[in-house]
Design a protein around this ligand. Sequence first.
Ligand code: THU
Length: 138
Amino acid sequence: MSSPDSAPSDINWDQLRQVALEMTKRAYAPYSNFSVGAAAITTTGSIVSGTNVENVSYGLTLCAECGLVSDLVAHSAGKLVAVVVVSGSGEHCAPCGRCRQLLVEHAAPHALINTAEGPRPVVDLLPGHFDVSRLKDG
Ligand code: THU
């Protein structure tokens, strides 16, 4: 799958939901008991995924989206095209602020994320986000 010129229309959302839900079963979340799974299809056609990994120091917790982006980069899987994040109950899980920044940086231009209202552009997660073009203003 190459980078789409417009929003992708042939996404198998059910498959991504299933992979994300499967990932929630591998979560390490003994402190919050809130398991999260993330899955995405990428510009290379790969499926990448992640789950949350908590830590006794709490603040070091890695969200499921951190694992997702790590999987993407570690496998040279291109950019995210369609993303699903769910909790252990299978409900859509809204990405936290830090993960919105992570997802936006690694998303293809027309990438979508499943939300409570259905698929939305990933870039809409973080209007006015910090990106590489802003580094020149320093
Ligand atoms: N969590 C994620 O994995 N992704 C998010 O975007 C929101 C929060 C995790 C972190 C923590 O392990 C648990 O959910 C409760 O906050």
